[in-house]
Design a protein around this ligand. Structure first.
Ligand code: NAP
Length: 353
């Protein structure tokens, strides 16, 4: 996907959680475009988390500066935001399985973090636009919800109304955070808010911190967990490089408004497996068949997926309308096969499969 958007010489931009899987690609694209980037991370002194940003920043026209900031620290983002025109707020905890304390580990950092970042934007006169990294999980809670919408696919008018702190707490945290962001955007008139709502992000990472859920799915497929059959589950996939481009455009296109579903294609686990088999051969135990819903429900807890989640997602089609992002932001999405193959190859190279 090429960027046709032209930009004037500019103020720095802020990326929160700049070391993350998605944000690292965004930082790279911004630096390539000549932006000076302020990136917040939790610990600038931790090379395991920030070391890859050295390579991301090397020989780029823009300059990268790192700042320490925690989502739970009310005043933590002011210094990094000073002088910035665009704020990309990507930082949020992403834990889908084995959540120990949903309120403390997910909801509080996501919601309070969004409040803290937007309050900092209210205190920073240079800020004109905030791009929020939301998710499709703020659009829907479970695939079963689609039936209740009366539509044949989810679009930007839909909101997740079925998740709560016990059922799909990550989805709940993203929904509350996005709702709060729209509320706070309406409470002032200096900056405007643009939300991007990516699906399951796949594709190569620039650091070691590739998306936990994407990696788990790929490893389960490659390591033979589903060798005797996979549940009938669908994933709405988008490439990490396209998500970065979507953010960039959401930040730079003056007319950009509202939410943007970033999804390329929805594929079932079996379809993902068949793409992997056609590229990597029969040497890996990729599944060839689906298991019944009854078996899928029995096996779910072993994959640390609660039965209630399996019940409302296995066997239900998951469909998204990505037309608004394509029209309004001009994004073209890579085929999911490219993201899947590139991602799996990286896991092989890293010895994770
Ligand atoms: P990631 O690599 O885990 O990045 C998450 C970022 O948030 C990291 O920089 C992390 O910092 C930061 N963070 C978490 N808790 C924090 C806290 N208390 N204070 C400060 N920073 C904190 O995951 P990602 O996939 O890039 O996710 C980035 C954004 O995309 C998130 O908002 C996520 O909800 C959204 N998203 C992701 C996907 C996906 O499939 N990956 C799909 C849709 C939306 P540390 O490195 O210090 O932990």
């Amino acid at each position: 996907m090429s960027t046709q958007v032209t930009v004037r010489r500019r103020r720095p931009v802020l990326v929160t959680g700049g070391n993350g899987y998605v944000a690292s690609w965004l930082v790279r694209r911004l630096l390539e475009r000549g932006f000076d980037v302020h990136a917040t991370v939790r610990d600038t002194g931790d090379p395991a988390r920030t070391g890859h940003l050295g390579a991301v920043a090397r020989r780029r026209p823009g300059r990268l500066s790192l700042f320490d900031a925690d989502l739970l620290d009310a005043g933590g983002f002011d210094r990094a935001m000073a002088g910035c025109r665009i704020v990309f707020h990507t930082a949020s905890p992403l834990i889908v399985r084995d959540v120990v304390d949903p309120e403390g580990d997910l909801v509080q950092p996501a919601v309070r973090g969004t409040r803290h970042v937007l309050e900092a934007a209210n205190r920073t006169p240079s800020v004109r636009r905030v791009v929020l990294t939301s998710s499709i999980v703020a659009v829907y809670g479970d695939a079963a919800d689609l039936e209740e919408t009366g539509a044949d696919r989810f679009d930007e008018s839909h909101w997740n109304s079925t998740s709560n702190v016990r059922h799909q707490p990550y989805s709940y945290s993203k929904t509350l955070a996005e709702r709060l962001a729209w509320e706070m955007a309406e409470g002032q008139d200096r900056w405007d808010l643009v939300a991007v709502n990516p699906g399951l992000v796949l594709g190569p990472g620039l650091g070691r911190n590739t998306s936990a859920e994407g990696v788990l799915i790929m490893r389960d497929l490659g390591n033979g967990y589903y060798r005797f059959g996979a549940p009938e589950l669908e994933y709405a996939i988008v490439d990490v490089r396209d998500v970065a481009e979507g953010h960039l455009r959401a930040g730079l296109i003056p007319e950009a408004r509202g939410r943007h579903i970033l999804v390329s294609e929805t594929l079932s686990l079996i379809e993902i497996a068949s793409i992997l088999r056609s590229h990597f051969g029969d040497g890996y135990p990729f599944p060839r068949q689906t298991v019944s819903k009854v078996v899928a429900l029995m096996l779910a807890p072993r994959r640390r997926i609660p039965q209630a989640v399996a019940r409302r997602n296995v066997g239900y089609p998951l469909r998204f309308d990505n037309r608004y992002a394509r029209d309004a932001l001009g994004v073209t999405f890579r085929p999911a096969a490219e993201s899947i193959v590139d991602h799996f190859r990286q896991l092989l190279d890293d010895g994770l499969v």
